[in-house]
Write a protein that binds this ligand. Sequence first.
Ligand code: ZN
Length: 951
Amino acid sequence: MTDSPAAETRDYRGTVFLPQTSFPMRGDLPKREPQWLERWRRLALWRRLREQSREREKFVLHDGPPYANGPLHIGHALNKILKDVINRAAQMAGRDADYIPGWDCHGLPIEWKVEEEYRAKGRDKDAVPVLDFRAECRAYAAHWLDVQREEFQRLGVFGDWQHPYATMDFTAEAAIAAEIGKFLMNGSLYRGLRPVMWSPVEKTALAEAEIEYHDHVSHTLWARFPVLRAGAEDLVGASVVIWTTTPWTIPGNRAVAYGEEIDYALVHVEGVAEGSHLRAGERLLVALPLLPQFEKDARLAAHTVKRVLKGAELAGAVAAHPLRGRGEQGGYDFDVPLLPGDFVTTEAGTGFVHIAPGHGEDDFNLGRQFGLPVPETVNDDGTFTVQAPGFTGLHVFKAHDAVYAACEAAGTLVAKGKLTHSYPHSWRSKKPVIFRATPQWFIAMDDANAIRAKALAAIDATRFVPDQGRNRIGSMVAARPDWCISRQRAWGVPIAVFVDRRTGEPLRDPAVMERITAAFAAEGADAWYKPGAAARFLGEGRDPADYEQVMDIVDVWFESGSTHAFVLWPRGLPFPADLYLEGSDQHRGWFHSSLLESVGTRGVAPFRAVLTHGFVLDEQGRKMSKSLGNVTAPQDVMKQYGADILRLWVMNSDTAEDLRIGPEILKQQAELYRRIRNTLRWLLGNLAGFTDAETVPYAELPELERWVLHRLTELDARIRSAVETHDWTGVYPEIHNFCATDLSAFYFDIRKDSLYCDPADSPRRRAARTVLDVLHRCLAAWLAPVLVFTAEEAWLARFPSEEGSVHLTDFPFLPAGWRDEALAEKWTRIREIRRAVTGALERARAAGEIGASLQAAPVLHLPAGDAGLLPPETWAEICITSGLTLSTAPAPEGAFTVEDMPGVACAFAPAPGRKCERCWRVLPEVGASPRHPSLCLRCEAAVEALPRAAA
Ligand SMILES: [Zn+2]
């Protein structure tokens, strides 16, 4: 395989069509991306896209508003990137994807921040006029809204950033007040005393979504409730024993619940251990399954079980309060009924539950069922009121010792202890919360408006991606209490309602409501707080002194749940929206409140589909936290890698599950990006000078080219299906795999020879360039929703234009005729067989027999059924050898075989002849030409066809 010295006299390197492109190898994204953003701004791309899409069917992904109180974190980036990809894909699939980003601006976290600033400066919040305080909160939200708006745009997120929505916009505040007004008018809004999750620190009710669970040490109490009256004689004088983790609720006790089916033991105490508060000779009632544990807890040494009875036997029994005789004016001398409760279990405690109707959901419901009073025993700051005689002024979290002492003095203390358990805390102050009955505003779930039933029907009619979301939100809606929408805070939209002082009924007057919403639209909700507001809104003929002006604000979840009302309809967007898309925690948050609000005012869900994504963890699967030092900030990723890398990471992940990110994962994504970029660069380089005139009709394309087009129809179907279902999991990994496996490692590798070395007008080369053109258009378009910057760069590198953008184009239309399943099956077989050849060449290379595959001309042994797949010269092309012989004879000993491919084998043989100096194929014909003795005939023709200067 040596070349004659004569063949080296001429250098043909300049005659090879090597790829030429200005598209750089390196992405340099941190530097280039801002330039693209600037260009799109200059071209007013968003406005142009809306104008050119005016006639199209709208696609509305209604934005769930992030909270405007800090820089973006990685979860925001994930959320907005996923939304952006879905919007852009819908747009490129033929819709008009009009995306209005929004912000949630009211609420406790911002109030809390502003208050913190006051505290730092030694100012007293209560001394600040409410309108001044609200103005500071507004300024704070406006600042962070602007910061986040810049950061979202830097991520490449496309939307109407010039006209976003904010819940603190005057029009939004007016619309929110109007939505509350709808519930006022239809009767579902009521004021009632109910236990709500209450934060004594922040002095406000909290929504379920504002609660976090943390471990908490609770003081526990076992107490006697002496039975006063009962059906059976032997129960009178015995004591029911309860166990509670909230001894401070004992002053609020009004009943004891038992389980009707539970077996209870009537225990006769015969001996007690040291330190026990039990008394020999007394009789106690405890659930039989819990008796062994109770013996330890209460240090019960010896006892007999007198008899076992079903809970149902306790019906009608009455006990004394454990503090009977204590407190002023016989404060605890009322009867405590024993009541059946289906929530009573034998999992822990004694099988009896003490009922304080003001301090628990089950307690309240049981109390309402049996007409128990709901005493207000606790103030908004967590101290006892006068309705808790003997404890007034004491803080509930410091009350356990006083309760123990009072029970001990009353002779009802059985035992005390401590328990570490998961307990609700305020997500903002991180302090434990309590259940507390207060007068609050509620939206009824089960009145004539039947919100619960309608909401459950609406859930059935909604598409959930993934589908588990349906059950999650469904079970929450089925079990939830009435919606408490009032908060005792200042930064929000007031529940703009007047209550008639004589009747206690809210005023339902549409004219008043209209005056209020008109004022809010013009001046903001501040109008409610201005002097003379009551007279102004009540109108002539009503005396403000006759009405209570409600000063509670509405739950921020009600506000964000109303966004559809002030974003969709006023902007001419369709309702319901096509899609709501947020983290999976929003089943109890935004999806939930939006559903209830919309069902309550419009009878239907505000969305057709709901898509959820997981949360972002570090590379080890841990939550990110400053103290662990494992936070990945999107701002840092922008600086180091660029937005396209972050966007690629999102779309290469299974977003339905929790995602992981960190330095190693980003490095991997950057490597994947580099390969995609190389694919684009290779396409661009080999398309240099391509014009439509060069295109070869489909029918004249070689099978290999038609197979590539078939693969494109498969990917096209995959993308269009994702556009319909919103399920993008696996789509971009598949595109990446197509680039790496089908293109780079197979098609490109095979066609390099033709593209570089065939005469410029050869049908084979033109066919390849015809397909490269389609590949470039498809990949640039399909990558455009994700790699928004890189796809634009790859598009304009080919179609340079002052005004143009890949983002103004649609996904290419691929003719249905390109789909060819029979061809695909045939080429799957060809690629399997090819593994035998590449294996044989690999082995020869390892043995030092050849360097490049073009130095080989092997014999491929095939079963008779495969012999007609391709002619030998095409096999040689596909296997990148200089020649190949087909044989149906049995393969010789030592031929290379592949597992599970009977009859397929490849025997290595070197290619006879000399190496062509230009294309490196080894052929007997090299040396035959007098003009170009170092070239093969193909290369000679190619060189001769070149213009003189080049040749
Ligand atoms: Zn050649």
